[in-house]
Design a protein around this ligand. Structure first.
Ligand SMILES: O=C(O)CCC(=O)C(=O)O
Ligand SMILES: [Fe+2]
Length: 218
């Protein structure tokens, strides 16, 4: 019989099941995506939205590209958003709060799911009126390190259907394609498996604000 080391015993004592995270994991296992409402509360969303807008107004955003960070092609016909990569080392108050929540989710996933998340990358995104992101897979640049995609919505008020801009996630059920439309409600976070789930952002009719990112294996 294998005897447990002190460290293993300590980790068992330390571990507390968290129903909020467990729900995300169950969704991911069953559907390969999870829609998490109130991941960020109204105050947190307001802080992050202010930080995003300030940087956008200071012209820190640039036209999003296709490809990875070293091999970028700007293709307006595919995606029309403007982005700014977040740097955790230089995070302000709002971004610190953001990373604290994300890091706590990562720690839980690593303890319970053996996903081996070692790195992450996140960017602010702003879709101006009339823009969209055509159907794609987040690993189209052969980046097999991306395991989970996370999109965090920072819009001002409850998003109305006439604002457009829904995220559509495609999956297969009984050999048939199913399209799930998800509105970018403030505080909502959508998490999905980067390597499996094709998705798109429908044309927006009102500027649409978010933070998008990936949890990666290295
Ligand atoms: O904003 C969204 O809902 C999804 C964005 C997206 O698919 C991406 O940036 O890769
Ligand atoms: Fe995507």
């Amino acid at each position: 019989m294998k005897t447990k080391t002190d460290l293993e015993l300590f980790e068992q004592l330390d571990f507390k099941e968290n129903p909020f995270y467990e729900n995300i994991i169950t969704n991911l296992v069953e559907n390969h995506y999870s829609i998490v409402d109130n991941f960020f509360n109204a105050e947190e969303v307001a802080m992050l939205r202010r930080a995003l807008k300030l940087k956008f107004d200071e012209s820190q955003f640039k036209k999003a590209a296709i490809g990875n960070r070293t091999n970028e092609i700007v293709a307006k016909s595919i995606r029309g958003d403007f982005i700014l990569w977040l740097n955790e080392a230089e995070a302000g108050e709002a971004e610190n709060l953001f990373f604290n929540k994300i890091n706590s989710l990562i720690a839980y996933l690593n303890k319970t799911c053996f996903l081996g998340i070692l790195t992450k990358e996140f960017h602010y995104a702003l879709y101006p009126e009339g823009t969209f992101y055509q159907r794609h897979l987040d690993t189209f640049q052969n980046d097999g390190r991306r395991k989970l995609s996370l999109v965090c919505y920072l819009n001002e008020e409850d998003w109305k259907p006439e604002n457009g801009g829904e995220l559509v996630i495609y999956s297969e059920e009984n050999g048939e394609e199913v399209a799930k439309a998800i509105y970018p409600m403030p505080g909502r976070v959508v998490i999905f498996e980067s390597q499996l789930m094709e998705h798109e952002v429908k044309p927006v009719k009102t500027a649409r604000l978010s933070i998008t990112g990936w949890l990666k294996t290295r």
